[in-house]
Unconditional design. Structure first.
Length: 140
């Protein structure tokens, strides 16, 4: 592991040296090939530095955390129970739209959970849409 890190650091230093030399040469008699090679070397250097930073021991994930990390192929995970929740009930009609009767009975409700992000604060919101059935139509 240490040998791989040392080799990566040596390659980064070598690429930085080549890039510095090429930048110095660029202001002299430059060619299009030299500019393309310089851009390619800069990209390679950036990739190596990123890889080295990701492989560093201080950035490594703890095995216990890695085992409990959520997997992306299982759908959305349930939202935390400690988030504050706010219930919003959508008003339902008080009279039957078909016959005009006022004897509506509750069938159930459908609930939609949304996560609202307030700067530096999270809040759960529930929206309930009540479903009713006309007692006069249901008894026929």
């Amino acid at each position: 592991m240490r040998a791989a890190l040392a080799a990566a650091e040596a390659q980064i230093a070598h690429l930085k040296h080549i890039i510095a030399r090429m930048r110095q040469d660029r202001f002299g008699a430059s060619s299009e090939r030299g500019r393309r090679l310089l851009a390619q070397l800069e990209l390679e250097l950036e990739d190596l530095e990123t890889t080295l930073a990701e492989d560093a021991p201080e950035n490594a994930m703890d095995p216990a955390v890695r085992a409990t990390a959520p997997r992306s192929n299982r759908g959305r995970q349930p939202l935390r129970a400690d988030l504050p929740r706010e219930r919003v009930v959508i008003p339902t009609p008080t009279h039957c739209p078909c016959c005009g009767g006022d004897r509506l009975s509750k069938l159930g409700e459908s609930i939609t959970e949304t996560l609202e992000v307030i700067p530096r604060q999270f809040k759960m919101g529930w929206t309930a849409s009540m479903r009713h059935q006309c007692a006069m139509l249901g008894s026929e």
